[in-house]
Ligand binder design. Structure first.
Ligand code: VGL
Ligand code: ZN
Length: 210
């Protein structure tokens, strides 16, 4: 892989307490990637965070669909929605970025999923495939290089962010060992297949850290 340049961007997806062990939607091993992300971030001048940020009555919460349990699905206007345990409710501790992240030079936090009726796994656009977060505008205006994606969870917010980045014309790479997956009903295998199909590259952190 060509070395990281000052134009390249590290996108750190949803490293929030609710996705870490002890959180409401804990991703197994999620805490293991934090030191790796800190080390990677030292190689990047540009770092962007995403932050899952839901109102308490969010449509993606099983608790807002009587008779439904987490990990079941419902059909919404924009397609099939997986239902989740309540997570990343705005202004709760579960929604906070981990304080073990040591990336003081990060420049932007993109919040997503704040519209009650639309989920948003992707840092670029909401699940209606219409409502943009502004991330592509920010990146394009700053004329950045490649996007390197890390964080949680591989098969949801990392994958969707990477896919939308590629669809938006960015050169996108997922750093596999700096992600961890939820892996519900084959979602991880499907995510890697979709990413490969979209031309998203897949590397290990040692290719950057040496
Ligand atoms: C995520 C499920 C629901 C994620 C966010 O960050 O991957 N997954 N909300
Ligand atoms: Zn969410």
């Amino acid at each position: 892989m060509t070395p990281i340049t000052p134009e390249d961007v590290l996108v750190v997806v949803d490293v929030q307490y609710d996705f870490l062990p002890g959180g409401n939607l804990a991703v197994s091993g999620g805490d293991e990637i934090v030191p790796l992300i800190n080390a990677l971030a030292k190689k990047f001048k540009n770092v962007v965070f995403t932050q899952d940020w839901h109102p308490a009555d969010h449509i993606s919460f099983a608790s807002n669909h009587p008779g439904k349990a987490p990990f079941e699905t419902v059909d919404l206007d924009y397609g099939t929605q997986v239902l989740w345990p309540d997570h990343c409710v705005w202004a709760t501790r579960g929604a906070e970025l981990s304080s073990d992240l040591d990336i003081p030079h990060a420049q932007l936090v993109i919040r997503k999923g704040y519209n009650r009726a639309i989920d948003s796994y992707s840092g670029f656009q909401e699940a209606d495939r219409e409502t943009l977060t502004g991330l592509a505008g920010y990146l394009n205006e700053r004329d950045v290089g490649r996007l390197f994606i890390v964080g949680l969870a591989t098969d949801f917010c990392v994958a969707w962010t990477a896919l939308d980045g590629a669809a938006g014309g960015f050169d996108v790479t997922v750093i596999e060992d700096a992600t961890r997956a939820i892996d519900a009903n084959g979602s991880l295998e499907k995510a890697w297949a979709d990413l490969a199909e979209a031309g998203v590259e897949r590397i290990m952190s040692r290719e950057i850290l040496g």
